[in-house]
Design a protein around this ligand. Structure first.
Ligand code: PAF
Length: 282
């Protein structure tokens, strides 16, 4: 496994790979790897000749009051995990190289980034699409691997790729959960032991809503009400948003008539957790 830190070096390396027509898979991350990331790496390993894992805590996707400086950084541990999963290259670009002082260019997907998480994280998705576009330009992978936990991010990145005609396939991998249902996240480590015990209520509530949908409850308001009171009664979590939306436009669905998802963000103290569940009825 090679660790590459500069754009010039990764481009030089990739030139030799591309001549041999090898398939390249990119797994973009901010590090602090957990089983969710490992599932993306494993899928990429099965489907490609060369796997590139990028690790970059992207300052542009954090708001001024968010946890950029506190975001977990564990280079050595991540390197060991990546090696075990047979990653070929870890790409660790620097903030200075990706965003030099005179940096002015952003990629912005209209409308979608203002919904759900965008309501309380105004420039977050602009930061995400900017860094992902840059990584795609630098690495030019055949396939990009993303996790369904960040469902809105997946929808926005897909839209960007489609609208900007970027020649890359996107594969979305299922949410990986702890045995009690809590979605794996680098931020779970910030939960106190009480909050950690309470947090599985998010997925339990989403799962019961999906069951209700399958049993014929198609009024979003009733489903959301059930989830809200479940979370409020059983935890200290404060709901940031809770919505039932179309899973392309992210527009709210009043009544469920085909497919969609219920997505939520809930704050436990200062730790904000997100989760979602997709549904489809005939
Ligand atoms: O999902 C993440 O970890 C980040 O948003 C991503 C896609 C690596 C961009 O910084």
């Amino acid at each position: 496994m090679r660790v590459i830190k500069s754009i010039k070096s990764i481009r030089t390396f990739l030139k030799t790979i591309k001549i041999k027509n090898k398939r390249i898979g990119l797994v973009p991350t901010m590090g602090a790897l957990h089983k969710g990331h490992l599932s993306l790496i494993q899928k990429s390993r099965r489907e490609n000749d060369i796997i590139i894992l990028s690790i970059f805590v992207n300052p542009k996707q954090f708001g001024p009051k968010e946890d950029f400086t506190q975001y977990p950084r564990q280079e050595k541990k991540d390197e060991l995990l990546a090696k075990k999963e047979k990653v070929d290259i870890i790409f660790y670009p620097s903030v200075e190289e990706l965003y030099p002082k005179d940096y002015l260019t952003y990629v912005f997907v209209d409308e979608l980034g203002e919904k759900l998480c965008g309501q309380s994280r105004p420039n977050h998705f602009q930061g995400v699409t900017t860094i992902v576009a840059k990584l795609l330009n630098i690495i030019t992978p055949d396939t990009l691997y993303l996790g369904q936990k960040d469902a809105q991010q997946v929808i926005i990145i897909n839209k960007m790729i489609q609208n900007l005609n970027i020649p890359v396939k996107v594969k979305t991998c299922p949410i990986i959960r702890e045995p009690d249902g809590l979605a794996m996240s680098s931020r779970n480590r910030y939960l106190s032991s009480r909050q950690r015990k309470e947090a599985p209520i998010l997925f339990q509530s989403l799962k019961s809503a999906k069951k209700r949908i399958q049993k014929g409850e198609h009024r979003s308001a009733a489903l959301l009400q059930m989830i809200q009171s479940n979370i409020e009664r059983n935890s200290s979590g404060r709901i940031d948003y809770l919505e039932c939306v179309d899973n392309q436009s992210l527009n709210p669905l009043k009544k469920i008539t085909s497919s969609g998802m219920i997505a939520l963000a809930v704050k436990f103290g200062s730790t904000r957790l997100i989760d979602n569940i997709e549904f489809k009825i005939k």
